[in-house]
Design a protein around this ligand. Structure first.
Ligand SMILES: NC(=O)c1ccc[n+]([C@@H]2O[C@H](COP(=O)([O-])OP(=O)(O)OC[C@H]3O[C@@H](n4cnc5c(N)ncnc54)[C@H](OP(=O)(O)O)[C@@H]3O)[C@@H](O)[C@H]2O)c1
Length: 429
């Protein structure tokens, strides 16, 4: 049987998962491709490090160019991470005639466009399934199975760490900082959690998903990102009373005329009947709304060695089949339009607003009148008495413009009786 030689850059969490799958399912994979996928070389940083998968020591090198420049290698998997030197390595690998697989969301969101163009010009495959939502096959679904649709919206829970933290806060009534510390102790959160908890990881992933969904390049810096540091245990309790769960969502919407889009990451109150409301723990899910198919939901493990390895190996199989059929580069970059990115200021949304006030007459009425003056119309309001002569008022608005809401809150904050606007969170439909 013909052999297709594979080169791998990186043998960490994802690299070792992919190599293990190639070893354990070798026969079935060979049948499915019609050729054996054989790992010929693997570049790592440290040759002496213990590995989670057993590999012949002779395959390892600490010189990535030994992999990149090997003329026998037809498929190169970049599983290093970060923008540089990964981007440079991938560009050189395309120039040396390789088909590329990557799981690198940061590189793809910040600097992926020129790589995809270079691969397209060279008629080589460039697959990135592992870069979004780990093992969930969302990229291939959007690029192939759903291409008959105009995709109106993509909404996802695409960061497992924050979903785990919010789930724990919900189940245990615990504070964000305590759950984060516990997640770090268990290895579910990085020692520097910024990329996850401040929404940057989700921002990279929705940049990739939106580009594919709307066929338009999305610049990561145009995506507003708000993380979950500001979510208090009290918000989760009150949201539950109102019939909602709080989740960190990544949202990409296309305007009705298809000329513009809006992409953002933020915490949101989801009604319990929302398909994403019950996606808990480290799980990810992506909801795609197409004009023909309606709602389609993809659910699964958004990270981890074997789940992400599954996505990487799936891409290798696709590239292997294309190599045999002499059809690599068949599905290249799909960003052939330029859509305008709308600012989050023009967005209309419903909001949950929790305000702490002095417990005295007419406070509720004064706040209501400020909302009215700023075109913020109220759907419901509840009031709780708190200790020390305080009250908590929770408002849920109808659809309002973000800038009108901000103007109202700026005035409300100045009222004598208002001790704090404790939180303001979007309510998703
Ligand atoms: N972890 C996940 O669950 C997950 C899920 C989806 C996507 N991803 C993405 O997959 C990629 C890899 O993540 P990971 O978690 O597998 O990372 P990781 O565990 O830190 O592994 C990185 C690997 O790359 C090697 N490496 C780093 N810099 C190198 C260089 N300059 N030259 C050669 N080798 C180098 C490291 O070598 P040493 O082992 O010798 O240090 C290590 O084997 C990232 O883009 C990440 O965002 C990860």
């Amino acid at each position: 049987m013909r052999e297709i030689k594979i080169g791998v850059l990186g043998l960490g969490v994802v690299g070792s998962g992919a190599v293990r799958i190639l070893q354990e399912n070798a026969d079935a994979i060979a049948q499915r491709v019609g050729a054996k996928l054989v790992v010929k070389k693997i570049a790592v940083r440290s040759l002496d490090k213990p590995r989670a998968v057993s590999v012949d020591r002779a395959l390892l090198t600490d010189d990535p160019y030994e992999v990149i420049n090997d003329p026998e290698i037809e498929i190169l998997a970049e599983l290093i991470g970060g923008v540089e030197p990964a981007h440079e390595y991938v560009m050189r690998a395309i120039e040396s005639g390789k088909n590329i697989i990557t799981a690198n969301k940061e590189m793809m969101a910040k600097a992926g466009h020129d790589l995809m163009e270079a691969a397209g010009a060279a008629k080589k495959d460039f697959f990135l399934e592992g870069s979004v939502a780990g093992g969930i096959p969302i990229v291939a679904a959007m690029k192939e199975s759903l291409t008959g649709n105009q995709i109106r919206e993509v909404m996802g829970i695409v960061n497992g760490t924050t979903n785990y933290i919010l789930t724990k806060m919900t189940e245990e009534g615990a504070a964000f900082a305590d759950v984060l510390a516990e997640a770090q102790a268990h290895g579910y959160a990085e020692s520097d959690p910024t990329s996850d908890v401040d929404g940057f990881d989700a921002q990279y992933k929705i940049a990739i998903l939106a580009s594919i969904a709307f066929n338009s390049r999305v610049h990561v810096e145009d995506i507003s990102a708000e993380g979950i540091r500001g979510i208090e245990a009290r918000d989760i309790i009150v949201a539950r009373e109102l019939g909602y769960r709080i989740k960190l969502v990544a949202v990409a919407e296309q305007s009705a005329n298809g000329k513009s889009m809006q992409v953002r990451v933020h915490p949101a109150l989801l009604p319990l009947k929302h398909p994403l409301a019950t996606v808990d723990d480290v799980f990810n899910a992506v909801l795609v709304r197409g004009d023909a198919v309606g709602d389609v939901m993809f659910y699964g493990r958004g990270a981890g060695s074997l789940p992400t390895g599954s996505a990487v190996v799936g891409d290798m199989v696709a590239a292997g089949r294309n190599i045999l059929a002499a059809s690599t580069g068949r599905i290249g970059c799909t960003c052939f339009e330029e859509k305008r990115m709308l600012s989050v200021d023009v967005l209309e949304s419903r909001y949950y607003i929790r305000v702490r006030v002095d417990d005295r007459p007419k406070v509720l009425a004064s706040i209501a009148s400020i909302f009215g003056d700023n075109d913020v119309s109220i759907e419901s309001v509840i009031q709780h008495l708190l200790p020390s002569a305080e009250a908590e008022i929770v408002w849920v608005t109808h659809l309002v413009r973000e800038k009108h809401l901000r103007a109202a809150l700026a005035t409300i904050t100045k009222l004598d009786a208002v001790r704090a606007v404790s939180n303001c969170i979007r309510v998703a439909e």
